[in-house]
Design a protein around this ligand. Structure first.
Ligand SMILES: Nc1ncnc2c1ncn2[C@@H]1O[C@H](COP(=O)(O)OP(=O)(O)OP(=O)(O)O)[C@@H](O)[C@H]1O
Ligand SMILES: [Mg+2]
Length: 260
């Protein structure tokens, strides 16, 4: 049997508990993601994707429930858990005044990577994301797509076994998007890295994911292979976007429907 990389047991996060602005961001989430799997986590703005990433990467504490990374509890064994993880966060930027190499060196040192290994790791990551020619230029002179690629390289420092990618293809052109997809696929299929991919990019989700999970208002409302989700939920000749719209539409509030 394939090893389980990520498992959650009724994982929940409530922000501002007991206050007027209480939000049930993630509710009773049950996930079982196997080693080497690419799992696409989809859902509307505010569905709970980033919160799920923050919980699983030990950035925030769960309100209830639990989760394990390769069998280690994210709360009581967080030091061990963190060693398995790499993350491209949705909102954390790069040091704009540093070059690609300087950004990677700085983070590698912060992560406590053996200094003898840092130059060769950085060299191979720069190559992986195709930034060789610009590696010494300041990041502020990069295009958006180059920055995304550098963020993937940054997430890969320290050879993580599980990669959390929160919107890796947001705001980038089709060519870079394709390149990023190729990088993700290579990591998962050749290095057996597990990828949790949060995205609104349905093409990437459909082409990359072994399975997708659809969150709606913090609840996992569907989970299957992209083909099965499309088969079950899309209208005739529809795609994943169509299926997701249908799923979220069904679950949506009455007054949110048919607004167009
Ligand atoms: N620090 C916080 N404090 C209070 N509420 C929060 C906080 N972070 C997120 N939320 C709320 O939790 C819910 C889930 O947000 P989250 O960022 O997880 O959604 P998301 O699925 O990643 O959305 P997007 O597609 O826009 O990135 C939203 O209602 C959001 O407003
Ligand atoms: Mg998000």
């Amino acid at each position: 049997m394939e090893a389980v990389a990520i498992s959650t047991n009724k994982l929940s996060k409530i922000y501002n508990l007991g206050k007027k602005n209480e939000v049930h961001a993630v509710s009773d989430l049950v996930l079982n993601i196997r080693k080497g799997e690419i799992y696409g986590l989809l859902g509307e703005n505010g569905a709970g994707k980033t919160t799920t990433v923050r919980l699983l990467t030990t950035m925030i504490k769960a309100s209830s429930g639990s989760a394990k990374i390769f069998g280690y509890d994210i709360e009581t064994q967080s030091d061990i858990v963190r060693k398995f993880l790499g993350c491209l966060p949705q909102d954390a930027g790069l040091y704009e005044e540093f070059s690609a190499i300087e950004n990677l060196k700085f983070i590698a040192k912060l992560r406590g990577i053996d200094s003898a290994e840092i130059p060769s790791q950085i060299e191979s990551l720069i190559q992986l994301v195709g930034l060789e020619e610009r590696q010494k230029d300041r990041v502020e002179t990069y295009s958006g797509g180059m920055k995304r690629r550098l963020m993937i390289a940054r997430a890969m420092l320290g050879d993580p076994q599980i990669l959390f990618l929160d919107e890796p293809t947001a705001g980038i052109d089709v060519l870079v998007s394709r390149r990023v997809r190729e990088i993700i696929k290579t990591l998962a299929k050749e290095k057996n890295i597990t990828v949790l991919l949060c995205t609104h990019d349905m093409i990437s989700a459909e082409r990359l994911s072994d399975r997708v999970g659809i969150l709606h208002k913090g609840v996992l409302v569907a989970e299957d292979t992209p083909a099965s989700i499309i088969n079950k939920h899309a209208t005739e000749n529809g795609d994943l976007e169509d299926a997701v719209v249908n799923i979220i539409g069904w679950k949506g509030d009455k007054d949110e429907e048919d607004v167009l």
